[in-house]
Design a protein around this ligand. Structure first.
Ligand code: ADP
Length: 638
């Protein structure tokens, strides 16, 4: 019998399949099982509509039969089967294959696009098989046909024997190579795992004969009737490998918390229950079920490059992607779970998926859903939310800052900061709601820990007014607030800023006058600190401390620290301003010394500047000189 040729396009696709652009060869099994399930669906539909097929739902099944010796793997179903013409049309040419019609006019530029357009389906079997035999008997027909192909050189169709309707696909696996052990697909445990992984929720039983061991009856006692280790025999038993009903398709009120938790832990390899389960189904522009989880703890690699975000993606109960990153925005990358869409094609490629409109709609719905769930957790279960915040809050703050602040509106109400007032976490909303009437700004202070911030002299004036201060202890915090700029029309203001907006007009004038009075001394001090500070001023915020640093311009001391800690890039420097407390005795001393002992004033300027740096948590240039100068003072003191 002469070989028939595949159509040109089919040949090209076959080449691609054989040289597999697909990294996961194992998906061939999912494809064949899903075809089998479709074929059963078709026949089952007929049994429902015709009524006289004599078949029941329970009669349908898919069977997998590996043969180690022969290096073959059979996948059979008792679905609708194919006639000779159907075999030729469906498997002989790709143009007919799949629900996607070949677009003859548009010549795809990239091979990848071809795969996306045609669907990989049946042909994926060539990724692992050197020969395919498809025996099929259409339901209601007496004859059976066998389609055989060894790849791109074509195929034959011959009559054959087949007991009953349906299709049986026999793969002769390729020889093993160094990288690929094709015979792993004859190992029952590998197959079982693959079915669990990709096809667990196929609605018909997927069966395979498994070898098992059991004690031989009557061998558990010796001749004297004493118990002993029994002898074992192996036997074979048909096992159904798939669970058939997806949890996410069930009704929410039919599922216990326990079921959700077990499902999560098994599927996502966590040993702790999730902090939150989000189960939602929608219909309309996008029809899908989503089952999402917020883990109780950040994975150890969460804040590293190794962490990959993404949700499992199913198309009608069949898994098509293990981790689809496009379903989750970065700020919610901690969410795990799955989405089962009714509108996605099973055979869509990764590359096509990125541009899929349905997927975009789903992703944006999920983002809103996750946000509203977090919001209600914040409102109704603060304790759990704070647990969540400790693990993933940083990610939300990065989210505010990332992409030029594109997501700040979405995220701002989910933020928590430590507060000076209650020594606990507060939201921006809570802060603003209890702002004093005359209070202009939302104040914040930066430092390593809340305890250290407490001690900052810059906070004195704000605290004295009785205003609350947000304590920022993460590197990203100030960047995030700067990105937000305002919350409910209230601007953020660092306690280190030059103008804190605390004074009345009169107080301001008074301060300016005083500044003018000591003009000479202040510019002398500035000169003494040449290159280190931009300005030396009389402080308007210090109450009891002698000195502190503040900054002018866009970069704060805290930002300077963060930016300079980054491995690459130029070093930046905040424009520092040394503030001196005019009511502190040290200032009195400076004014007294200035006329006759400018050299001493110069030394003191350096000492005061270094003190301010230390208070700020910045290391000083010459600790040795600083220490010596202090010793000198100690020696001089009577
Ligand atoms: P798709 O599954 O996307 O349609 P395939 O290349 O996998 O593309 O299959 C081509 C066609 O072959 C299917 O549409 C179906 O009509 C037919 N087919 C494949 N497998 C079977 C099967 N097990 N039983 C009956 N028909 C099948």
């Amino acid at each position: 019998m002469s070989k028939k040729q595949f159509k040109a396009e089919s040949k090209r696709l076959l080449d691609l399949m054989v040289n597999s652009i697909y990294t996961h060869r194992e998906i061939f099994l999912r494809e064949l099982i899903s075809n089998a399930s479709d074929a059963i669906d078709k026949l089952y539909y007929r049994t429902l509509t015709d009524g006289d097929t004599g078949l029941n739902r329970e009669d349908f099944f898919i069977e997998i039969t590996p043969d180690v010796q022969q290096r073959t793997l059979k996948i059979s179903d008792n679905g609708c089967g194919m006639t000779k013409e159907e075999l030729e049309n469906n498997l002989g040419t790709i143009a007919k294959s799949g629900s996607l019609q070949f677009k003859g006019d548009a010549q795809p530029k990239e091979d990848i696009e071809i795969i996306g357009q045609f669907g990989v389906g049946f042909y994926s079997a060539f990724m692992v098989a050197e020969k395919l035999e498809v025996k099929s008997r259409a339901f209601g027909s007496e004859e059976a046909w066998c389609w055989t192909s060894t790849g791109a050189d074509g195929y034959t169709v011959e009559p054959c024997q087949k007991e009953s309707h349906g299709t049986e696909i026999c793969l002769t696996l390729k020889s093993n190579t160094e990288e690929n052990q094709y015979d792993e697909f004859t190992d029952p445990y590998t197959l079982k795992n693959l079915v669990k992984k990709y096809s667990d929720y196929i609605r018909y039983p997927i069966r395979m004969e498994m070898e098992k061991r059991r004690p031989i009856e009557g061998t558990d006692k010796d001749a004297e009737g004493k118990y002993k280790v029994p002898e074992y025999e192996t036997y074979k038993e048909m096992e159904t490998l798939n669970s058939m009903v997806p949890l996410w398709r069930k009704n929410r009120n039919e599922i216990t918390a326990e079921e959700y938790n077990t499902f999560y832990k098994e599927k996502f390899m966590d040993f702790e229950d999730p902090l939150k389960v989000i189960h939602s189904s929608t219909e309309g522009t996008a029809t899908y079920n989503a089952l999402l989880f917020i883990p109780a703890r950040a994975p150890y690699d969460y804040y590293s490059k190794e962490y990959e975000k993404g949700l499992q993606l199913y198309s009608n109960g069949v898994m098509i992607m293990q981790k689809c990153p496009d379903l989750l925005p970065d700020h919610f990358s901690f969410v795990r779970g799955l989405v089962d869409s009714q509108d996605l094609s099973l055979n869509i490629s990764r590359e096509m998926l990125q541009h899929d409109r349905q997927l975009k709609i789903i992703a944006s719905r999920l983002e809103k859903k996750i946000k509203s769930e977090l919001e209600s957790m914040l409102l109704n279960d603060r304790e759990t939310y704070e647990k969540f915040w400790k693990n993933f809050g940083l990610q939300l703050k990065y989210g505010v800052y990332a992409d030029y602040g594109m997501h700040k509106e979405l995220l701002q109400d989910l933020l928590l900061f430590q507060s000076s007032e209650e020594k606990k976490f507060v939201t921006l909303k809570e802060y603003v709601s209890r702002m004093k009437e005359e209070q202009k700004y939302i104040y914040y202070a930066c430092g390593e820990t809340a305890e250290r911030i407490e001690l900052l002299p810059q906070t004195e004036a704000v605290k004295e007014k009785g205003y609350e201060i947000l304590y920022l202890t993460d590197a990203v915090d100030e960047f995030a607030l700067r990105m937000l700029m305002k919350y409910q029309e209230k601007e953020f203001r660092s306690v280190s800023a030059d103008d804190l907006g605390l004074e009345t007009e009169e107080e301001k004038k008074e301060a300016e006058k005083q500044q003018e009075e000591h003009k000479d001394l202040l510019s002398f001090l500035k000169e003494a600190l040449e290159g280190k500070v931009k300005e030396v001023v009389l402080s308007r915020k210090l109450k009891s401390h002698p000195v502190c640093l503040s900054t002018e311009g866009a970069i704060s001391m805290e930002m300077e620290k963060v930016l300079n800690a980054m491995p690459a890039g130029e070093k930046v420097q905040a424009q520092r301003v040394l503030e001196i407390n005019a009511s502190h005795p040290i200032f009195q001393k400076l004014t007294e010394l200035y006329p006759d002992h400018p050299e001493t004033v110069k030394e003191y300027a350096s000492l005061l500047y270094n003190q301010a740096l230390l208070i700020e948590g910045v290391s000083i240039e010459d600790p040795l000189a600083f220490s010596n100068a202090i010793c000198q003072l100690m020696v001089e003191r009577k």
